[in-house]
Design a protein around this ligand. Structure first.
Ligand SMILES: [Zn+2]
Length: 88
């Protein structure tokens, strides 16, 4: 599983946000600590269903939105209102 965490650049952002990478998982290849990143309206998916296998995570029945839903760790995503964010 790929994962990264980043700190938001602008706290006024809401569901589509920009930040700087603060931590990356061992399988992350496209990002490194210090990179600027943008995140759309979703931050996670199951990565095991047919949609995810075909790079269509936005159709995943377990898709995790950037704001207002339960994240992998059980917390509720807070979009641009949070200080840090994680993506998988
Ligand atoms: Zn899926």
């Amino acid at each position: 599983m790929l994962s990264l965490e980043f700190k938001l650049v602008d706290r006024e952002q809401k569901h589509e946000i920009v930040g700087v990478v603060t931590k990356v998982g061992s399988k992350v290849q496209k990002f490194k600590v210090g990179d600027k990143v943008g995140v759309g309206c979703m931050v996670g998916a199951c990565h095991s269903c047919d949609s995810c296998a075909n790079e269509l995570e936005n159709y995943c029945p377990d898709m995790i939105l950037t704001y207002g839903v339960k994240y992998f760790d059980g917390t509720i995503t807070q979009g641009g209102y949070s200080g840090h964010h994680g993506c998988r």
